[in-house]
Ligand binder design. Structure first.
Ligand code: ADP
Ligand code: MG
Length: 277
């Protein structure tokens, strides 16, 4: 992993597909997890995970509560670094480089791997300031660039029409669903390659959920998306690949249609048919 901050967010960058944003179907690998183990203190939470996330596709992580979905997701951009007593073994590679290797610029890595959380977390500032926040952090001050990014990111997040006349108003005045789309806009404004989403709809009503699912479908192709969900219908609707985890292990991983119609492992079958979970 050698991207510098300036490579990760070029001020003139638009949201047209870039070299990073390879279109769906190219078959490339966005991220690879190899023989990955993780311990919180003495308690092991991930066991020997090996899997590749494909570029431009949506991969769903499913499995019962506590099986390690969020833990794995947070490893992909090293969010877990902030936790004391965390120990890992194995590798996660991007473009062949181990993100846990020495000399990795973790800030630059996190810019390439945008994150959207369970509960929308807009900052207590205007809608506009929220969206352009990642650019400002990078020192971009050109009004034209900020304005253009704001509009493009809000359009990408399907929020422009609702927000364009209230850009200067507090983001906290938006509905929950709008706040979540704003958080997606803010992630997109940083021009990431990968979007990591941890149960992004679990705090939303069905209509707001449907909008986010539509949005995920539109963003697919431009970004590689990894979504944790406890909702199997959602996994079936939005993803092309699905990984089923159980007790810290990857039990089965394959294309979503096959996983939901002809799973190879009986435990996957039991879970998706609601026999446990
Ligand atoms: P999921 O997202 O699938 O519900 P998690 O990744 O949150 O599961 O949790 C996996 C396991 O790791 C659980 O046993 C959980 O209690 C434990 N765990 C998660 N986060 C921490 C933490 N910060 N410190 C200690 N244990 C944790
Ligand atoms: Mg979780």
């Amino acid at each position: 992993m050698s991207a510098t901050v300036s490579e990760a967010v070029a001020p003139t960058r638009t949201f047209e597909p870039t070299a990073y944003h390879v279109k769906e179907g190219d078959g490339g690998v966005a991220l690879e997890v190899k023989n990955f183990d993780l311990w919180y203190g003495r308690s092991q939470a991930l066991y020997d995970i090996t899997m590749a996330f494909q570029k431009g596709l949506v991969t769903a992580l499913i499995g019962p509560s506590g099986c390690g979905k969020s833990t794995l997701l947070r490893c992909l951009n090293r969010m877990n670094d902030l936790i004391d007593e965390l120990r890992i073994e194995g590798e996660i590679t991007v473009d062949g480089g181990n993100i846990y290797g020495s000399g990795v610029d973790v800030i630059a890595l996190r810019k390439r791997m945008g994150m959207v959380f369970q509960k929308p977390n807009p900052f207590a500032m205007s809608i506009y300031d929220n969206v352009v926040y990642p650019l400002r952090v990078d020192g971009v001050s050109s009004r034209a660039v900020l304005d253009e990014t704001c509009e493009r990111a809000l359009r990408s997040a399907a929020l422009w029409n609702e927000a364009k006349d209230r850009l200067k108003e507090s983001a906290l005045g938006l509905s929950g669903g709008q706040q979540q789309r704003l958080c997606i806009a803010r992630a997109v404004a940083a021009d990431p390659e990968v979007l990591l989403m941890d149960e992004p709809c679990s705090a939303l009503d069905p209509i707001a959920t449907a909008k986010i699912e539509e949005l995920i479908d539109e963003l697919k192709g431009y970004y590689s998306i990894v979504i944790v969900t406890h909702n199997m219908q959602q996994a079936a609707r939005v993803s092309q690949n699905t990984a089923f985890m159980y007790l810290g292990r990857l039990i089965e991983y394959g294309d979503t249609d096959t996983m939901f119609t002809r799973p190879k492992v009986s435990r996957t079958q039991d879970y998706i048919t609601g026999r446990f979970g």
